[in-house]
Every structure is written in structure tokens, then in C-alpha cells.
Design a protein around this ligand. Structure first.
Ligand SMILES: Nc1ncnc2c1ncn2[C@@H]1O[C@H](COP(=O)(O)OP(=O)(O)OP(=O)(O)O)[C@@H](O)[C@H]1O
Ligand SMILES: [Mg+2]
Length: 250
């Protein structure tokens, strides 16, 4: 479904993503992990059209999408969440998601956008009461709203930049279960970015690890969690994640 080849991004003289290649199959959940600043969001930004790649190719369903404008990428069937949610605070939860629904594949009527929005809100478990306000949402609720906005565009491929920081362990596990359920109910393909390894490893079919913009490992979670380079990266930056990966995956 998605084939990324030698994808690179430079900011000035700094290489944020360094010749990364990977593929994602239909219906798969691919986990993308790595320490802060390792290039995860930059890869999402290039796939979704927010940033133009410095080099490499991104083929979606056999067609090149690298460098397309974000709304065109959305129209091809790729939805994304942003790591830092910025909803329209004056609009209701429902209206935020309806607005996103208009960006779905060729959708032009309010009725169709509203139907897509209500379905997306049901999937994440938020109310479609037109009076429910964004202000009442905590960190976990804002992440759900972000997910609902992406789902309302009716994506075939969802890029979820979750970064579960700010959520407690119970909320993290709920978020992980939600992604699994969404895949089961919609058949959608998901790339899930996270830098907390333990929770992600429970859900994904395959995982890819980045460090300083380079891919350092890829494979089934149980295999990657034992990879010496991955253990080194995580012990160096996040001992809690390393411990979690060791205890949960072993
Ligand atoms: N627009 C930009 N201009 C300059 N540098 C950038 C830009 N976007 C990202 N970077 C840099 O590129 C590197 C990769 O950033 P990126 O946001 O992709 O990391 P990340 O893996 O998503 O990290 P985190 O886990 O903290 O979200 C970082 O060093 C970051 O400072
Ligand atoms: Mg990021």
C-alpha cells in the first residue's frame, strides 16, 4: 500500500531523516519508534505533504505522492493526527470533526461530512451532541478528537502521531486498545508513532526503529525488543521504556 524509498529531509545542513526505506501492507499496523528528535514526525510530515522531501520517493497505491499538497494527499486516502492537537476551541467537538470531514475523498455536502463525523466520533467514543465543547476535554479527550478528525476524512492509511506523553498508564493502554479496535472495525491501515515502547509493542504487527534520522531496526516486536542497538538507544535515553520493553515483550 505504501512504499517509501530512500526518504531524506535536510533542514539547512542538518539531516533529520537519512535515506529511510520501508513498506506498509494493507491492513497492517506498523509501529514507528525512536527517541525524541529521531525523525518520526518529519517522516509523517513528508508523507502527508506538510513538508517536501529533500530526496527519495513515497509511493501510495503505486502512485508517487512526495511533494503533493496536504489536501491532495488527504484526497488520495491518507489521514493523519498531529502530535500537538490544535482544535478550534470556539467550535463544538462535533463541528471540529465535521470540518475535517469536508476534506474526505471528494466530499462536498454538509450532510455527508456530518455523517462521516458522527461515525468517527462513535469510533473514538466521543459524544456527537452539538453542544459538547472542546474545552471540557482533557489530554486523553484531545487525542481522541485528533483521531476522530483524521478518521472523518475516511482514510485508507492513518498516520497516528500519538506521543502518549501526558497520558497515564491506564489512558495509554486505552488508546492502544482503541487503535486495535479501529483497525478491526474499519480495516484501515495504520502507522503509529510513539516513543514509549511498551504500550506500542502490544498492538503493532511490525515495528521500525529510528535513531538520529536513520532506520536502525525493523521487524516483529519480540525480535526488535531484543535487538542490541535498540536496547542501547533506549537504555541511553529512556530507561523506563527499555525496562517496559524487556518485561512486557520477554
Ligand atoms: N521545521 C523544522 N525546521 C528545522 N528543524 C526541524 C524541523 N522539524 C523538525 N526539525 C528537527 O528535526 C529533528 C527530527 O524532528 P522530529 O520532529 O521528526 O522528531 P520526532 O522523532 O518526531 O521527535 P519527538 O519524539 O520529540 O516527537 C529534530 O532535531 C528537530 O529539531
Ligand atoms: Mg514527533
Amino acid at each position: 500500500m505504501l512504499a517509501v524509498t530512500d526518504l531524506s529531509k535536510q533542514f539547512g545542513g542538518f539531516t533529520a531523516v537519512d535515506r529511510v526505506s520501508f513498506t506498509v501492507g494493507k491492513g497492517e499496523i506498523l509501529g514507528l519508534i525512536g527517541p525524541n528528535g529521531s525523525g518520526k514526525s518529519t517522516i509523517f510530515n513528508m508523507i502527508s505533504g506538510t513538508l517536501t522531501p529533500s530526496g527519495g520517493a513515497i509511493a501510495f497505491e503505486g502512485r508517487e505522492i512526495g511533494g503533493l499538497a496536504p489536501h491532495r494527499v488527504t484526497n488520495r486516502g491518507i489521514g493523519r493526527t498531529f502530535q500537538i492537537p490544535r482544535p478550534f476551541r470556539r467550535l463544538s467537538i462535533l463541528d471540529n470533526v465535521i470540518l475535517a470531514g469536508f476534506y474526505g475523498q471528494g466530499r462536498h455536502s454538509k450532510k455527508a461530512a456530518q455523517a462521516a463525523a458522527e461515525q468517527a466520533l462513535d469510533l473514538v467514543g466521543l459524544p456527537h451532541d452539538p453542544h459538547a465543547k472542546v474545552d471540557g476535554l482533557g489530554a486523553a479527550g484531545l487525542k481522541k478528537l485528533e483521531l476522530a478528525k483524521a478518521l472523518a476524512t475516511a482514510p485508507k492509511l492513518l498516520l497516528a502521531d500519538e506521543s502518549l506523553g501526558g497520558l497515564d498508564e491506564h489512558e495509554m493502554n486505552q488508546a492502544a486498545d482503541m487503535l486495535k479496535r479501529i483497525r478491526r472495525e474499519t480495516g484501515i491501515t495504520i502507522i503509529w508513532v510513539e516513543h514509549i515502547m511498551g504500550v506500542l509493542m502490544r498492538v503493532v504487527d511490525r515495528v521500525m526503529v529510528l535513531d538520529h534520522g536513520e532506520k536502525i531496526a525493523e521487524g516483529p516486536p519480540s525480535h526488535v525488543a531484543r535487538d542490541p542497538r535498540v536496547i542501547e538507544v533506549y537504555l541511553g535515553t529512556d530507561t523506563q521504556a527499555a525496562d517496559a520493553a524487556q518485561t512486557r515483550i520477554a
